[in-house]
Each structure stands twice: as structure tokens, then as C-alpha cells.
Design a protein around this ligand. Structure first.
Ligand code: PLP
Length: 222
């Protein structure tokens, strides 16, 4: 597995060269992360708290850890001190819990709100009505230790590129609509995290600012 060569070819195929790249290293050994780091990668995505906890001390201090998976409330405390960005905030309850943990350690934690754009029921995230209800609530305005810097979404796992494109476009539309709202100061919408190994070019064409790419860099997972 030539990680550097994979990274070069992924970057060369970017539609938007300014799009941020999160290298998704879940299930991969620390040697693979170190090879990517040596090739210039600083942003790593993991989807299990335990795995981030195990890898974090093994990597240089300027490594940026992205939590990209479904996060359980009782595990936030383990990553709260150092996590760079939590992508998958899929409920108001979780957002409030992150705020609470941030308060405890006096750290403002950057997050993305996950929007449900796929057809599959199995994928997590807010729909528009839930999002609307959350941002209209008094409790939302009272959060103090989170910073919402954007949205995240996962398209349906399908060969149908038109469908994938439509779903990404839907996320971009929600992003634009939200930006036009009167939102609390801790909401500063800049990032749209969308696109994985199979669909990052479509995602970039539809306005992604951050792609999460695993297998195209590190090889397929078991
Ligand atoms: C695993 C994963 C990725 C990366 O998937 P690849 O297809 O390997 O690029 C991206 N985002 C999330 C949320 C993931 O769980």
C-alpha cells in the first residue's frame, strides 16, 4: 500500500483544490497514520472513541482529530479535551451534552450538525423540521461551549450518481438557508463536510469544503 502515492492521486483528482481533506484512518494501524502524516496529512478521521484514544498519544501533537462517527453521550468526555472537530452531531441531546462537557473543562468544542440526506433509514442526522425546531428553541440560544461551524452529511450508498448529487445539493441548500437566518453568535457556518472515497468529486462539484476519505488513501477495510 503506497499511501503517499494514493494521497497524491486523490489530491490531483480534486475538483476544488482548496477543499479540506480529512484522512479517514479508522481500523488502520498507527503505521498507516504515520505514513500519511509524513506525506503532509494533519487531519485524521476516526469513528470510535476508543480508537482515537488509543492512537492520539502515538501521533505528533499537531495531529488534528476528527470524530466522524456516531458519538455516544457518555463517551464525549474522553475526546473533549483534544478533539479538533466533531462531525456527527445528530441530535440536540448530543449537542447539549457536548456543551456540558466543554463547560466542565472550559473548552469551546467545534462541531458540525449532521443532516440526514440519504434515503437509507440507517444513516443518522437531523431532518429540516428537527433542525428548525432546535434552532428556534430557547435552550439552543443558551449553549456556551460549542461552536457550530457547519454541516455534515452522507449520501446514499448507491451507484446512482444523480441521486448522490441531488442529496449533496440538498445539503448545500440547507446550508445556504441556515446562513440566511438570524442565528446565535456561536453558529458560524463555514464548512460543509460531504464526500467520501466514492463520491468526493461529486461532493466538491456541489460545494463541499471538507471531504472525508478513507479507502482511497489507506486501502479497503475488512
Ligand atoms: C468510513 C467513513 C468515511 C470514509 O469512507 P471511505 O469510503 O473509506 O472513503 C467517511 N465518512 C464517514 C462518516 C465514515 O464513517
Amino acid at each position: 500500500m503506497d499511501i503517499k502515492a494514493n494521497l497524491d492521486s486523490v489530491k490531483k483528482s480534486f475538483i476544488n483544490p482548496d477543499c479540506k481533506l480529512v484522512a479517514v484512518s479508522k481500523t488502520k494501524p498507527i503505521e498507516a497514520l504515520k505514513a500519511a502524516y509524513a506525506a503532509g496529512i494533519r487531519d485524521f478521521g476516526e469513528n470510535k472513541v476508543q480508537e482515537i484514544q488509543a492512537k492520539q498519544p502515538e501521533m505528533p501533537a499537531d495531529t488534528r482529530w476528527h470524530m466522524i462517527g456516531h458519538l455516544q453521550s457518555n463517551k464525549i468526555k474522553y475526546i473533549a479535551p483534544f478533539v479538533h472537530l466533531i462531525h456527527g452531531v445528530d441530535s440536540f441531546k448530543l449537542l447539549k451534552e457536548i456543551d456540558k462537557q466543554g463547560k466542565k473543562i472550559d473548552r469551546i468544542i467545534p462541531v458540525l450538525i449532521q443532516i440526514h440526506i440519504a434515503e437509507e433509514e440507517s444513516k443518522f442526522g437531523f431532518d429540516w423540521a428537527e433542525l428548525d425546531e432546535m434552532i428556534a428553541s430557547k435552550e439552543f440560544g443558551e449553549l456556551t461551549h460549542v461552536k457550530v461551524i457547519g454541516l455534515m452529511g452522507m449520501a446514499t450508498f448507491t451507484e446512482n450518481q444523480d441521486q448522490v448529487r441531488k442529496e449533496f445539493r440538498g445539503l448545500k441548500q440547507i446550508f445556504e438557508e441556515l446562513k440566511n437566518r438570524n442565528l446565535p453568535e456561536f453558529v458560524d457556518l463555514k464548512e460543509i463536510s460531504m464526500g467520501m472515497s466514492g463520491d468526493y468529486q461529486i461532493a466538491q462539484e456541489e460545494g463541499s469544503t471538507m471531504v472525508r476519505i478513507g479507502s482511497a488513501i489507506f486501502g479497503s477495510r475488512n
